[in-house]
Every structure is written in structure tokens, then in C-alpha cells.
Design a protein around this ligand. Structure first.
Ligand SMILES: Nc1nc2c(c(=O)[nH]1)N[C@H]1C(S)=C(S)[C@@H](COP(=O)(O)OP(=O)(O)OC[C@H]3O[C@@H](n4cnc5c(=O)[nH]c(N)nc54)[C@H](O)[C@@H]3O)O[C@H]1N2
Ligand SMILES: Nc1nc2c(c(=O)[nH]1)N[C@H]1C(S)=C(S)[C@@H](COP(=O)(O)OP(=O)(O)OC[C@H]3O[C@@H](n4cnc5c(=O)[nH]c(N)nc54)[C@H](O)[C@@H]3O)O[C@H]1N2
Ligand code: SF4
Ligand SMILES: [Mo]
Length: 862
């Protein structure tokens, strides 16, 4: 159980006296720093009445925002001595010629969103980890004591040696994720991160291969196009005449730095907008879109209905199909498929019902997805007849059981209408556009070594059921050695840049599993849910406190320099420092001396622990010169880039995925060189149990019933609501959960259709208990017409706050989600049946005692 207030107290108690002198929790509940640094301030009066220093009294440093948030924007730090007094964003003043700040169509500014602008509350928050800490109470009890770095690192090193000796090379689970994946040097990542390389070199690592964001989408893009780089840069949307936003809400979840700006251009150019989503989103409202509410998880059926209309009215772009597509119809089937175990079916005949006797008519689709057949026809007609048209199949509907079928079906529609490789069209999918050079730390033969790799959200199942687990259930990636198929005996977890304990599915299964482990280590900047369940907390400095370069997210073509703005707070270190020092310690404890440390961080000596800056500079300069200047033919030298702060790559033409394939006839990166609606890889599989998928996947896109949905014949009796869990506007996943100021803008709540709410006597602000067989939570209601009846929505990312009965009072929907991913690995984050009722149980918005979150709306009732 989380001791809610004990935690804040604990962290505050562990602040040393020096810090206490200048860091105070203000009356509004968040830590506030007085201008000028080490000055004691008195409650809120200082905030209200003391004038802030003017810009010319402060030093200005251009840097960027961070995290896995959908974009990458400029932040400008205004500091006095070693204290950031305020933050602003791109307003054109801080850039020199050739860079951002002009705010032209070609070079719009990179203005930060509300989260970025509130970042100071994160740097100086009461939840910041400032010292290494070790657990003294039960896991999850929140009881830790402050220890020295020596004590913490020696403890971890000893445990690592012990666990590896006893349980072998698969015993440590690497749960590094994307909290810091968009810096080139201080990186967290499943594949390119600092932790994977460290554990791999230590030769004890089970990795996680499926990606929460979009595993259904990535596998689909790889099968269909042979790459995840199926994205256009955002400016191309301005050329679309029809934009079908399938489960896409960029008003909340950015997928690029200036998406909305270019979509506004599209609107001004007369583009029609359609939004297909169970929720009437702010994007739908902003662009006055035709809203088509759809039952969650049924998108592939609706798309099949559209394909049926297009084929039966002969509206498909047959010339495009014949030239570029494999398996769309009988005429585009490859020779080998005749004898293939799994690949004799073509898409058109499936849609027409040749194989199962069921034509996938709009009427058939209506029964499944709830969208009127007439609307399905109308949309299909619009899409087939408008050119160029962009059907952007975003990730949310793919974060479902059989999410990969939705993305595959979308690609079939994009291909049959010939909207791929053209300006104003769209093949996304994953939507990765311009390719950035992403790694400055040593990335070499030692990188990404693993001894087993599992579907990410199966770890708790594996631990809870070990050794009675099949490779299918685990989703084991095949190997060509004697570890192939060997189920890992997971005895420890490392979290780096990841709050996966909070962010993966079925938290109750995770709680059961984590209590069985011998070692849990969390490297983070703040205490989080994952930290709460760890044995050792290692304080990591933020990107304001170390040197790096920021990358854009999936869209955007620029780099932003991130100088060290202030010294690391407390005793915090960078991840790279921690892994380097651990490598030295492990080397010396296992008799190989300094070799491990030197190999892990070849540009450094062990003194990197005390003096990281020259080494970081050296890695970054080398990366810039070798990767960016040499590979990407950029002429600006490193020192110049540092002065400019931002480097924007000038593109010779709009960036459109597959333009060269379509215009010049270059092959697609698939085995056949074509767009594979019939997928070679899938068609040739004989034994599914030996693949990472574990279970059968059709070689052409098909509608497959998810394990639970509003159409389920029995489960809906007990659990009549379908819960979806979109991304929060005011957080980046769980990051910023502790920012009271951001919680003022938008709260954790359950969106309920007004008719459903009326039947249950629920009004906005009532506390609602939401439950299923997997867990229970409490969250306030938001009652609206903007939600399909039978559907409810709770944003992901709240830090769980369990009461003595295990009910999550913070309202994290992963208390309810299932840890049963679809065959391709898609997380079932939006495949959840639940029931709801009004409750007298209280909701707890945040861990901080003095939270003011939405008190004016919901009242405070701790
Ligand atoms: N129900 C539901 N759950 C979901 C989703 C959903 O749609 N529904 N979406 C999923 C998706 S798409 C994603 S991407 C995941 C995200 O899952 P996570 O990546 O686990 O989520 P974050 O909250 O971003 O956690 C990142 C952590 O990294 C820490 N961090 C930031 N910078 C650094 C650094 O430099 N070093 C270290 N060591 N730590 C750092 C942050 O403080 C934070 O605790 O959540 C998934 N969870
Ligand atoms: N503010 C903010 N922005 C973010 C993030 C964040 O945490 N906060 N996270 C970033 C990350 S890592 C990711 S992966 C992306 C995620 O970006 P997305 O996946 O695009 O975001 P979601 O909010 O999960 O889903 C988008 C929409 O899909 C709808 N949806 C859900 N299920 C279904 C369905 O079955 N069918 C249909 N048609 N629609 C459905 C939701 O109602 C929602 O409006 O966002 C990025 N941007
Ligand atoms: S979109 Fe992301 S990078 Fe941009 S300001 Fe917001 S949180 Fe920061
Ligand atoms: Mo994500």
C-alpha cells in the first residue's frame, strides 16, 4: 500500500539543510525557487509580490524540452547563478540566420506546449530524487533510507553477480524505455539505450521487444512496406483535399512539432476533415470534422466494409494496384503463393466473401462497428473519389487486441486508392518521416545483446507462472543457439527512463510478480510508481543538468542543442555516469579490472563520475562530425551549431514516404519489392509456436474479433462498458503527474456518455468506481455527449495510489487492462470491458498532500 503523505514527508525529510534553506513547498503545493538562488522565501507572498528579474538581469540559454511526448520543442531557460528562474519558448529572438524563429511556412517556430512551459515545476519538485535511497519497508510501502552512492552501487553490483551466478544470463529484465529516448547521448531505449548495452555487456539480460506505442502498427508497416519510415513530414498535410483522422487526436497527442499549424493550412485550402473515434475529440471540434463514432476495436471491420464498397463499385485505382501491390487481388498474387502453407488467399476475394461465404458488406460491418452502412459507403466513396486524400491510421486503434489487423487493413485502403507516395496522400502507419542520426553514445557490437527477449507486457505472467510457461505465452524471440525457447527465470528488474510498473498492463499481476524478485533498481529523476516498488532508487539529473542534443519525434527535421544549463541537483548523476561506474565496480569485483568500465565508456576514464562534461562534449562532437556532417552532408561545424542552438535541415522537396518507389519505380523494401497486402513473411510460416508471434496471423488483412469488446456475447453482461485509455493532454504518460499546476488544466477523470450517466444517476464530478476481474479504481466523472454510448475513457499515466483493499484511488486504467497482447505484440490497452458505479470512496488526484488539483470543481475530500 502506498503511504500517500508519508512519501512527500520522506522526500522532504531527506532534503539536506542547505536545500531546505532555499527550496520550500509553497502554499500552492509545489516547490518554488526564489529568484537569485539561495534565498529563503516565505510562503506565497514571495510569489505574489516579489517582482521577477527582467530578462537582461538573467542569463538566457536555448535548449529543448524532453521525453517521449509526441514532439520536440524549444525551451529557453532564463537563469540567475545556478537557478532557472523562468522558462520561455521559441519567439524568434534567440536564433540566428538560417535557424528557427522566423515563423514562416517553411520554418515555423518550435513553440512549447503547456507541459514544456511547466517544466520548472518538474525540475524543482518535491518528488525529485536527490540522493540514492534504499528500501527499508515492504515493496510498495514507500519506506526508504538515504544511502551513499558507494553503498547503493556496491549493493547492486553484489546482487547482480549473485543473481547471474545462480540464475544465469536471462535473470535480469531490462525495462528501459523512452523517458529519455530523444537525446542522442543520455539515452533510455529498448534497443539503443545505455542500459541495454550495460546489461548486455555484463551478460545478464532479458530484453522486451514489443513497443507499447504501436507494436501493431510497426509490425503492420514492416510487413506491408518493409519499413516503419512510412511517414510524410507534416507540411504535406496542407496539400490534402480530404483528411481522414482514424483514431488521431493531435490537439492532445502531438505527432510532430507543428502538426496543427499545417492542418490549419489544409483547412484554409478547403480540405475536408473526418474523425473516426469513439470520442468527439478537440481535434474534431477544432477542424469541424465529420465525426464518425465507432465501437472501439472494430475499425478493421469498418475498413473491410469500405473496401467492399470500393471493389464492388470498381472505384479502386487498378493501375496503381497492378504496378505496386502484391496480393490485393487474384491477378497480383505471386507464383509461389500457390503452394504456400499460409498464403493462397488474396484480399479482394476475402472481402467479397469467397473464402468464408461472408461478403464484408457495409451492412455486415455496421453490425460489428455500429457505424451506419450508409455512412460507411459515403466515406468510402469520398475516399476513393477525392485525390489526394490522406487516411492517417493512427496508433490508438492499433493499441488493441488484433490491432495489427486494423493497421494492415488501413494500408490496403491506402494502396487500393493509390494514395501512397503522392503529395497530400498518406501511407501512415507508424509515420516516421525524416531520419535523424539518433545515437552518440558508443553503439557497437556490444549493443543490444540479450539472452532472451519477451513480449514486454508478459513479464509478470512469466514470473508468476515460472517455470510453467510456454514460449508462445512469453512471446519469445527465436534464437539460433541453445537458449532458443528457454523461458527466462527473471529474478530482477532495472527501470531506466521507464515507469513501466505503472505503464504496462494488469498492475495487480505486476504487484504479485515484483514481490517475488530479488532485486529491483530504478534510475529516475523523480519518485514514481516503479520507484516505489524498487529496492534501490538512483537519482538521475534532468536534461537541464547534463550536455546532450535533442532529436525530433517522428516528424520534424532538426536538432536542438541541449547545453548543461545548471549543475545536477542534489547528488544526482546522469544514467551514463551510473552505468559507467557500475561497470568499473563489476569489473573489479569479477577479476577483469577496469576493462568493463573502459569498454563500456571508451572515451572516459573512471573519473567520468566526477567530471563528465569533457567526455560528453567529445561524444557529441564526434557524433555531429561523423554522423550528421559526414552522413547527412550538413556543413555547419559543431561549434557553430552550439552557438545557433537549433539546426534545421533544409529539405530539397517535401518529404513524402515512398515517392521514389512510385515516381521512379524503385522497389519497396519488402521481399517482393511491392506493397505486400499478402505478406511474404507471414505466408511462409509453418510453425507459429516457434515464432515471436506465438499464434497464427493471417497473411492478408482480416477482421478478427478481439478477446473482449461490446460485441462479446457473454462478457458484456457483467461488464457492459468498453474502456479506452487515451493519452493525457496534461502529462507525458506519467511524467508531470505530480505537477499541480498542470492538474489545474485537466484532471484524471472518466468520460461517460450523458445517456449512460443518466441511467446510472451519475453527474460530472461524482466519484466513480470502475472495475473488472483484473482490478478496481476510483476516478471523478466527466459526463458529456461527446462519447459513444457504452464507451468510457480514462487517460493513461496516473501514478497508482492503492488503498488497503488494493483499490487505486488515483485512477490508473492499467489496474483494469489485460496483459494478453495480440499475436503481433500489440498491447491491449484499449481492449478493456468494465463496469462502473457511483461511489462514496474518495479519489486522490496526486501524491502531494497539498494538491490543489481541480478542487474548485470536485471539492477536496481526502
Ligand atoms: N493504459 C494505457 N497505458 C499505456 C498507454 C496507453 O495508451 N494506455 N500507452 C503506452 C505508451 S504508448 C507508452 S510510450 C508507455 C510509456 O511508458 P513509460 O516510458 O514508462 O512512461 P513515462 O511516464 O514516460 O516514464 C518515463 C520515465 O522516465 C523518467 N525519465 C525521464 N528522463 C529520464 C532520464 O534521463 N533518465 C532516467 N533514468 N529516467 C528518466 C521519467 O521521470 C519517467 O518516470 O506507456 C504505455 N502505457
Ligand atoms: N499530451 C501527450 N501527447 C503524447 C503523449 C502523451 O502521453 N501525452 N504520448 C506520446 C506517445 S509515446 C504516443 S505512443 C502517442 C500516442 O498517440 P495516439 O495513439 O494517437 O494517442 P491516443 O490518445 O492513445 O489515441 C488517439 C485516439 O484514438 C482513439 N481511440 C482509442 N481506441 C480506439 C479504437 O478502437 N478505434 C478508434 N477509431 N479510435 C480509438 C482515442 O479516443 C484517441 O482520441 O502520443 C504521443 N503524444
Ligand atoms: S510537445 Fe513535448 S517537447 Fe513540445 S513542449 Fe510539449 S512536452 Fe515539450
Ligand atoms: Mo508511446
Amino acid at each position: 500500500m502506498i503511504k500517500k503523505h508519508a512519501l512527500t514527508k520522506l522526500i522532504n525529510n531527506s532534503l539536506n539543510q542547505e536545500r531546505r534553506n532555499f527550496l520550500k513547498v509553497s502554499a500552492t503545493g509545489f516547490a518554488t525557487l526564489a529568484a537569485g538562488g539561495l534565498v529563503k522565501i516565505n510562503k506565497a507572498t514571495a510569489q505574489a509580490y516579489q517582482p521577477y528579474p527582467t530578462d537582461n538581469q538573467l542569463e538566457t540559454v536555448v535548449t529543448s524540452c524532453a521525453h517521449n511526448c509526441g514532439s520536440r520543442h524549444m525551451l529557453v531557460a532564463h537563469k540567475q547563478n545556478d537557478v532557472i528562474v523562468r522558462l520561455s519558448s521559441d519567439d524568434g529572438r534567440y536564433q540566428r540566420d538560417g535557424c528557427y524563429g522566423k515563423d514562416t511556412d517553411e520554418e515555423p517556430q518550435l513553440r512549447a506546449c503547456l507541459r514544456g512551459r511547466a517544466y520548472r515545476e518538474r525540475i524543482y519538485c518535491a518528488e525529485r530524487l536527490l540522493y540514492p535511497m534504499m528500501r527499508v519497508g515492504e515493496r510498495g510501502s514507500g519506506k526508504f533510507k538515504r544511502v551513499s552512492w558507494d553503498e547503493a552501487l556496491d549493493f547492486i553490483a553484489n546482487k547482480l553477480i549473485e543473481i547471474k551466478a545462480q540464475y544465469g544470463s536471462q535473470a535480469i529484465l531490462d525495462q528501459s524505455y523512452a523517458g529519455a529516448s530523444y537525446g542522442v547521448l543520455h539515452k533510455s531505449d529498448q534497443i539503443e539505450g545505455l542500459q541495454g548495452r550495460f546489461l548486455g555487456m555484463f551478460a545478464c539480460r532479458t530484453s522486451c521487444w514489443s513497443v507499447p506505442s504501436y507494436q501493431g502498427t510497426t509490425t503492420s508497416s514492416r510487413w506491408t512496406f518493409g519499413t516503419i519510415e512510412d511517414g510524410n513530414e507534416d507540411d504535406t498535410f496542407a496539400h490534402s483535399k480530404l483528411l481522414i483522422m482514424w483514431g488521431w487526436n493531435p490537439a492532445y497527442t502531438f505527432h510532430g512539432g507543428n502538426t496543427i499549424y499545417y492542418m490549419r493550412k489544409a483547412k484554409q485550402n478547403g480540405c475536408k476533415f473526418v474523425v473516426i473515434d469513439p470520442l468527439y475529440t478537440d481535434t474534431a471540434a477544432t477542424f469541424d470534422a465529420w465525426w464518425i463514432p465507432i465501437k472501439p476495436n472494430t475499425d478493421a471491420a469498418m475498413m473491410a466494409g469500405m473496401a467492399h464498397y470500393i471493389f464492388t463499385n470498381n472505384l479502386q485505382d487498378q493501375a496503381f494496384i497492378n504496378k505496386f501491390v502484391q496480393g490485393m487481388d487474384a491477378d497480383t498474387m505471386p507464383e509461389w503463393s500457390k503452394n504456400s502453407p499460409n498464403g493462397t488467399e488474396n484480399f479482394k476475394d476475402y472481402i467479397l466473401g469467397k473464402y468464408d461465404g461472408q461478403p464484408k458488406t457495409p451492412e455486415w460491418a455496421e453490425k460489428i462497428c455500429g457505424v451506419k452502412a450508409a455512412d460507411i459507403r459515403k466515406l468510402a466513396d469520398m475516399y476513393a473519389k477525392t485525390k489526394p486524400a490522406a487516411l492517417k491510421a493512427c496508433w490508438g486503434p492499433g493499441r488493441n487486441d488484433y490491432g495489427e489487423q486494423y493497421n494492415r487493413m488501413a494500408a490496403a485502403l491506402q494502396a487500393m486508392t493509390g494514395n501512397i507516395g503522392i503529395l497530400g496522400g498518406c501511407a501512415e502507419g507508424v509515420g516516421k518521416a525524416w531520419h535523424a542520426e539518433g545515437v552518440a553514445h558508443p553503439y557497437d557490437d556490444y549493443s543490444n545483446i540479450w539472452f532472451s527477449s519477451i513480449k514486454s507486457d508478459r513479464w509478470a505472467h512469466i514470473v508468476n507462472n515460472y517455470p510453467n510457461v510456454t514460449r508462445q505465452e512469453a512471446g519469445l524471440w527465436p534464437r539460433d543457439d541453445n537458449l532458443d525457447g528457454v523461458i527466462p527465470n527473471i529474478r530482477g528488474i532495472f527501470y531506466q527512463g521507464s515507469n513501466w510498473f505503472n505503464q504496462l498492463t494488469n498492475i495487480n499481476a505486476e504487484i504479485e510478480a515484483i514481490n517475488k524478485l530479488d532485486l529491483v533498481v530504478c534510475l529516475d529523476q523523480t519518485i514514481t510508481t516503479s520507484g516505489l516498488y524498487s529496492d534501490v532508487l538512483l537519482p538521475i539529473c534532468t536534461h537541464f543538468e547534463r550536455h546532450d542534443v535533442a532529436l525530433p519525434w517522428y516528424k520534424g527535421h532538426y536538432y536542438i542543442h541541449r547545453p548543461k544549463v545548471i549543475e545536477p541537483l542534489g547528488e544526482s548523476k546522469s544514467d551514463f555516469q551510473v552505468f559507467t561506474e557500475l561497470a568499473y565496480r563489476l569489473g573489479n569485483m569479477t577479476g577483469i579490472g577496469d576493462k568493463f568500465g573502459q569498454a563500456y565508456n571508451p572515451k572516459a576514464t573512471r573519473d567520468y563520475w566526477n567530471k563528465p562534461d569533457p567526455v560528453d562534449e567529445e561524444y557529441l562532437r564526434t557524433w555531429w562530425e561523423e554522423r550528421v556532417m559526414h552522413h547527412q552532408h550538413v556543413e555547419m561545424p559543431w561549434t557553430e551549431f552550439k552557438k545557433h542552438g537549433v539546426y534545421k535541415v533544409k529539405l530539397e522537396r517535401p518529404h513524402i514516404a515512398f515517392q521514389d518507389q512510385v515516381e521512379l519505380g524503385l522497389p519497396f523494401q519488402t521481399p517482393s519489392g511491392k506493397i505486400e497486402i499478402l505478406c511474404d513473411e507471414l505466408a511462409r510460416i509453418n510453425d507459429w509456436t516457434k515464432t515471436r508471434y506465438g499464434y497464427h496471423i493471417p497473411s492478408i488483412p482480416k477482421w478478427i474479433e478481439p478477446f473482449e469488446s461490446l460485441n462479446h456475447p457473454t462478457k458484456t453482461e457483467k461488464y457492459p462498458f468498453h474502456l479506452i485509455t487515451p493519452h493525457p493532454r496534461h502529462r507525458t504518460h506519467s511524467i508531470f503527474n505530480n505537477s499541480a499546476i498542470l492538474r489545474e488544466t485537466y484532471d484524471q477523470e472518466i468520460t461517460i456518455n450523458a445517456g449512460d450517466a443518466k441511467k446510472l444517476g451519475i453527474s460530472t464530478g461524482d466519484k466513480i468506481e470502475v472495475w473488472n476481474d483484473r482490478g478496481r479504481l476510483v476516478v471523478p466523472a466527466y459526463v458529456t455527449q461527446r462519447c459513444l454510448p457504452g464507451v468510457v475513457a480514462i487517460p493513461e499515466g496516473a501514478w497508482i495510489d492503492l488503498d488497503s483493499k488494493g483499490i487505486d484511488r488515483a485512477g490508473n486504467p492499467n489496474m483494469l487492462s489485460a496483459d494478453t497482447p495480440s499475436p503481433a505484440g500489440s498491447f491491449a490497452y484499449n481492449t478493456i470491458l468494465v463496469n462502473i458505479r457511483k461511489t462514496t470512496l474518495q479519489h486522490r488526484a496526486g501524491w502531494d498532500e497539498t494538491s490543489i488539483s481541480r478542487t474548485h470543481v470536485f471539492g477536496r475530500d481526502i
